[in-house]
Structures are given as structure tokens and as C-alpha cells.
Write a protein that binds this ligand. Structure first.
Ligand code: AMP
Length: 187
């Protein structure tokens, strides 16, 4: 299996790049943000728990995310690999992901971090707010999501750097240029 994690602050384009990577490498794309937004829309128990947290730009509790990942991985054992978009976001989640991959006799192959400056992501997210109307794309929540990324998620890059799996990619430029740069790093 070829299992990829894509990191980047909100608005870095990791969702867009994940779709392209999933197509090229024939991977199953797992976006935990999309899964959670769907749960909110369907008004499930999980969605009800997650809604207010997501609207504030905070992180949904680790155990809920780990349960979601557990069932997605267990139900897709035959795929060529996964691309994890938006997961892991904490050390607890990263360690749980290693264990979940272990259970299916696999491991994380590569990690990509898309680097984009704060000013640029704020600009992009405010634009996305006009187009998609996502509840968490407003000035205050964006700032909080950026802080959460820096304090809780970015430190995970060290975890993967220590395992020599991390590739840093400049997230500025056209979608196709960025995609090409990611593919070059993946070799
Ligand atoms: P995203 O679409 O990846 O930006 O995620 C949107 C929101 O969903 C985040 O701001 C969190 O509230 C929640 N979320 C998504 N993935 C996770 C995760 N792995 N852990 C905790 N919360 C998450």
C-alpha cells in the first residue's frame, strides 16, 4: 500500500491537491473535514457533537476522529492506499493512525506539508467564504483555525521528519504547478 498524509494550514489547498493525488496514484481520499461536515448535515449524533466545535474552529475530540478512521480503514482494506487529508491533527491521532495502519499490515509511506503564508491563506479563505459559504470561513474563526494548526498540528511535522518521511512543498502558484512539485517529491 502507498499511504500518504497531506498537511497544511486551512486554505493551503490540501483538499484540492488530495483529489488530484488520489486520482493519479489511485488512492482512497479520506478528508475528515468532509466526513464531519456530512455528519453535521445528516444531523447524526456525531454531527450534533461536532457542529459547535467546528463552527468555532476548534478540534473535535481525538476519540471521535479515531473511531471514524478506524471504520474507514477497516472498510477499505482492498484499496491501493490512502491519502489522509485533515488527519492526523494531534500527536494522539498520529500515534493512533500508526496503530490502525499496523493492524492492516501497512504503514504511512510519505508525508507532504504544503507551506503557505498566513496572509495568503486568510485571503484565500475569505474568498472561499463568498463562493462556498462554509460556516467556519469567517475572519475570527479563520484566525483560530490558524492558531490551532500552529500549536496542535504543525508540531507533528517533527514526528514525521524524525522518520524521514516528510516532504515540504511550497503551496504558492497555480494548482497544476503545486501538483507537479508534489509529484516530483514523491518520485
Ligand atoms: P477541514 O475541512 O480539514 O479544515 O476541517 C474542518 C473542521 O473539522 C476543523 O476545523 C475541525 O473542527 C474538524 N476536524 C477535521 N479533521 C479533524 C481532526 N483530524 N481532528 C479534529 N477535528 C477535525
Amino acid at each position: 500500500m502507498f499511504n500518504l498524509i497531506i498537511f497544511g494550514p486551512p486554505g493551503s489547498g490540501k483538499g484540492t491537491q488530495s483529489v488530484k493525488l488520489a486520482e493519479k496514484y489511485k488512492l482512497k481520499h479520506i478528508s475528515t473535514g468532509d466526513i464531519l461536515r456530512n455528519e453535521v448535515k445528516m444531523q447524526t449524533e456525531l454531527g450534533k457533537k461536532a457542529k459547535a466545535i467546528m463552527n468555532k474552529g476548534e478540534l473535535v475530540p481525538d476519540e471521535l476522529l479515531i473511531q471514524i478512521l478506524h471504520s474507514v480503514i477497516e472498510n477499505n482494506k482492498m484499496v491501493k492506499g490512502f491519502i489522509f487529508d485533515g488527519f492526523p491533527r494531534t500527536t494522539v491521532q498520529a500515534e493512533a493512525l500508526d496503530q490502525l495502519m499496523n493492524k492492516v499490515n501497512s504503514k504511512i509511506s510519505c508525508v507532504v506539508s504544503l507551506e503557505v503564508e498566513d496572509d495568503e491563506v486568510v485571503k484565500r479563505l475569505l474568498k472561499r467564504a463568498e463562493i462556498e459559504g462554509r460556516k467556519d470561513d469567517n475572519a475570527e474563526t479563520i484566525q483560530n483555525r490558524l492558531n490551532v494548526y500552529k500549536t496542535q498540528t504543525a508540531p507533528l511535522l517533527n514526528y514525521y521528519e524524525a522518520q524521514k518521511k516528510l516532504h515540504i512543498v511550497e503551496g504558492k502558484g497555480t494548482i497544476d504547478d503545486i501538483f507537479e512539485n508534489i509529484c516530483l517529491k514523491l518520485g
